[in-house]
Design a protein around this ligand. Structure first.
Ligand code: ZN
Length: 212
């Protein structure tokens, strides 16, 4: 499987798993020589083919592909620039996580094992308008020690070592958002012991940066 295959499969999974709606959201992966493969703008995921994917350089210029690259390419590029270990980025609009994004509340790491996959609480990046360079920079500011962040009043951004793992991580985040939301409806959300999240978040950070 090439990075192109992985990006296309993750994009189709994102829609199938209800992690975004319509043509919103976008998936990318790092290639060699400072290039990135990214889903195009405004093409339905169910009919998207490998030929629809775009290759862009670190400035966002298209170097391959007939379609226009995603309008949120700057979010992806900001994450790749800031974090050399990141191999894939997904931006999406999942319903429950987006509820937290609109409320501008972090999704707490309230479920055991959540921090293994995500690193800890999912923070809210400072608001910036869609398509602006600040949106990517604000998101990257939040992704130093965790793998997912909320874009205020917008959606999510997830960084990982592969498109497949990024989709899994995004699913974990969305499910946690739904569960925490429901727990609050039931009357409250109990916190995990801080030591649990420290230990499990430590595993996440060790796997992300094995040398550190
Ligand atoms: Zn978006």
């Amino acid at each position: 499987m090439s990075a192109h295959d992985d990006v296309l499969a993750a994009a189709k999974d994102m829609l199938r798993l209800n992690l975004t709606a319509g043509t919103s959201g976008n998936v990318s992966a790092r290639l060699d020589e400072g290039l990135f493969v990214i889903t195009p703008s405004s093409i339905p995921y169910d009919t998207m083919t490998l030929d629809d994917l775009c290759v862009i350089d670190a400035t966002g210029e298209k170097v391959e592909g007939a379609q226009s690259p995603s309008s949120e390419k700057l979010v992806h590029l900001a994450c790749y620039k800031r974090f050399p270990e990141v191999q894939s980025v997904i931006h999406a609009h999942p319903v429950y996580a987006s509820m937290f994004a609109v409320a501008r509340q972090p999704i707490p790491s309230a479920i055991d094992e959540f921090a293994v996959y995500v690193g800890g609480d999912v923070p809210v990046a400072e608001y910036a308008m869609t398509g602006s360079p600040e949106l990517g920079e604000n998101a990257a500011d939040c992704l130093v020690s965790v793998g997912s962040a909320l874009l205020a009043n917008h959606g999510t951004v997830t960084v990982s070592e592969s498109p497949e793992k990024a989709i899994h991580q995004l699913g974990v985040v969305e499910r946690a958002a739904q569960i925490v939301w429901g727990a609050r409806v039931l009357g409250g959300d109990a916190e995990l012991p801080a030591s649990t999240n420290e230990t499990l978040g430590g595993y996440y950070r060790m796997l992300r940066n094995p040398g550190s």
